[in-house]
Design a protein around this ligand. Structure first.
Ligand code: COA
Length: 376
């Protein structure tokens, strides 16, 4: 009997010790530690350590990792050169996918065996540092600006903003970014992580696995939703137009970006933090209307469809009020999710078996006849 489940819904496809989600209770935890606690008390660097090593770092371990990440923010000039040749209007996720693929040529551990755990960990550090630098450079190249060299005195979140804008962020903006990075760092077997694990499980290399993951994150049903949310808000334009817009969209059975989730049947715990951040940032920057519009959309979706906001809904207005170009939002998701992708790839390689499911065959009955060319 077929056990096929459309979209692999609720199918358990791996064992993992990284991320625990309870979709009915709205629980998300990394290595068992609740996301609310991590968002309030930790930093992105600490979360990287937790995801990669399975425990919170002590002071010495954290300092060491912070230094390692900081040292790995340099992108080979050849990759920047390649990026400068790409179309100025290219989708930043396409640029990121191409640049990460190109990084593999210049990685000092390029020829390491896929089962070399130390080399894999070094690649995880390097990719985490370099992806932030690539996303920042993507925005600068298309504005005909030079790259901003990394500042080793800054933590990952602040340095990313610095390399993007050339200005050190305010403490509020740094904190907002850091929390956004923590919230996006991992999410069990989401589509991009699964794609990365499938690639890694063939014993291909980590750059190939991360390139697969980036291509998967780009889609509007996954990470691409945060861009569509902001474009929708801009299209709606003002508070009074929210209700008619939604009425018409729902009547024509359109999906509203930033709502719904395959796993959560209640509030996405990441949305809880992002909603608060969005409210604070929108109000303090004189952009209250974006939060007000978002709030009405959320209330209407709950009332009309009983569907909750997901991680992408309020992250859109958070990034918007921080002055980030709308089409960069999904790439910023990748700046964080690289930590989770690499944690999962390392876990996969630590106990690997090829991932190769089956399909339920629905084609012509076997054996179908081969009709000669002249008779077709
Ligand atoms: N807007 C309106 N209706 C939605 C919806 C949304 N964003 N998300 C789900 N629904 C409805 C569907 O129309 C469907 O209703 P029906 O049973 O009456 O046909 C039902 O909820 C189930 O949706 P389905 O698409 O089958 O759920 P899924 O588990 O396959 O998809 C998502 C999950 C995330 C892909 C889906 O909710 C979606 O497309 N959301 C918008 C994109 C998004 O925000 N993605 C980021 C996810 S973190």
């Amino acid at each position: 009997m077929s056990t096929f489940k459309e979209g692999l819904q609720d199918v358990v496809a791996a064992t993992s010790s990284i991320c625990f989600i309870d979709g009915d209770r709205g629980v998300l935890s990394y290595r068992g530690i609740d996301i609310h606690e991590l968002a309030q008390k930790s930093t992105f660097e600490e979360v990287c350590y937790l995801l990669w090593f399975g425990k919170l770092p002590n002071r010495k371990e954290l300092d060491r990792l912070t230094e390692d990440l900081s040292r790995n923010r340099t992108v080979p000039e050849e990759v920047f050169h390649l990026m400068r040749l790409l179309p100025r209007d290219a989708n930043p996720m396409d640029v990121l996918r191409t640049a990460v693929s190109a990084l593999s040529f210049y990685d000092p551990d390029r020829d390491a065996n896929p089962s070399d755990a130390e080399a894999n960990l070094r690649k995880a550090y390097r990719l985490t540092g370099q992806i932030a630098a690539i996303v920042a450079a993507t925005d600068r190249f298309r504005k005909e600006q030079d790259t901003v060299p990394p500042d080793s005195s800054l933590k990952h979140a602040a340095n990313f903003v610095y390399m993007l804008t050339g200005k050190k962020p305010s403490p509020t903006a740094e904190k907002a970014f850091d929390v956004a990075l923590i919230l996006h760092a991992d999410h069990e077997l989401n589509a991009s992580t699964f794609a990365g694990r499938v690639t890694a499980a063939t014993l291909s290399d980590i750059h190939s696995a991360v390139t697969s993951a980036i291509g998967t994150l780009k889609g509007p049903l996954h990470g691409g939703a945060n861009i569509d949310v902001m474009r929708m808000l801009i299209e709606i334009g003002e508070v009074s137009k929210v209700e008619p817009f939604l009425k018409s969209a729902l009547a024509s059975k359109k999906k509203i970006s930033g709502f719904g989730h395959r796993v959560y049947h209640t509030e996405d715990p990441r949305a809880t933090h992002l909603r608060k951040m969005s409210r604070d940032l929108c109000e303090s920057s004189g952009n209250g209307k974006w939060f007000e519009m978002s709030r009405i959309i959320e209330e209407t979706m709950k009332r009309e469809k009983n569907i909750n906001a997901n991680v992408d809904f309020y992250s859109a207005t958070v990034y918007y009020t921080l002055g980030i170009a709308v089409d960069l939002y999904t790439a910023i998701f990748a700046v964080s999710r690289i930590s989770g992708w690499t944690a999962h790839i390392l876990e996969q390689l630590g106990n690997n078996r090829l991932i190769r499911p089956r399909a339920e065959y629905l084609g012509p009955k076997y054996p179908a006849s081969y009709v000669p060319m002249a008779e077709r």
